[in-house]
Design a protein around this ligand. Sequence first.
Ligand code: GLP
Length: 241
Amino acid sequence: MRIIRTIDYRDMSRKAANIISAQVILKPDSVLGLATGTTPLGTYGQLAAWCAKGDCDFSKVHTYNLDEYRGLTHEDPQSYHYFMRKNFFDKINIDIANTHVPDGSNPNADEACAEYDRMVEEAGYPDLQLLGIGRNGHIGFNEPDDVFSKGTHCVTLTPSTIEANSRLFEREEDVPRQAYTMGVQTIMRARSILVIANGEAKAQAVYDMCFGPVTPKVPASILQLHTNCVVVADEEALSLC
Ligand code: GLP
């Protein structure tokens, strides 16, 4: 694991965008694994700005997002489908047909998850997987558990995740209780992984991810075993490291 310490959120976002941009320059038809949440917003904004200037070309890129709330349509403003279009895909020159997010609108969890696994496998798994981290050390929606998960599956969100994500909803009751998420094993298949984190609220999770025991109680800790994982985090998120 390589740790890159940044001054602040802006610096984190630019450095992360640089890594993603380099990936796309070196391999224009890259498969990117993408994440939602507030952490990547600055990274997406920077990439969109470079794309508008002609400095980053996404026309041949394929993307696979980590997760989606179960029960939301693609048009629902709270869905990750909508989030990705609004904050990234609509601002870059990507072919929307090449973008993929688990189908939260399919109530049949087994079918939706198996279909997503098939697509990710067929794409050959991401060249670069971008990850945020939850305050409890979750990646995607892989919550602390007794075992590391494998493929895409349906999860019931923990109260702490529901509370953390409620800031993006009008009321806490509106946060969906379940989600479809890529599994930890699938995430580990990416050829390179870029974790971004900022702010004091992530300090414990970042410390546990980088220096704690490798345990499914902190799903992100397994990234210590990945051979090509970079953590780009600001001073506050690294304050315990
Ligand atoms: C959600 C997402 C994760 C994300 C996490 C942290 O639970 N499923 O992929 O990493 O939130 O979000 P934020 O970046 O807003 O702190």
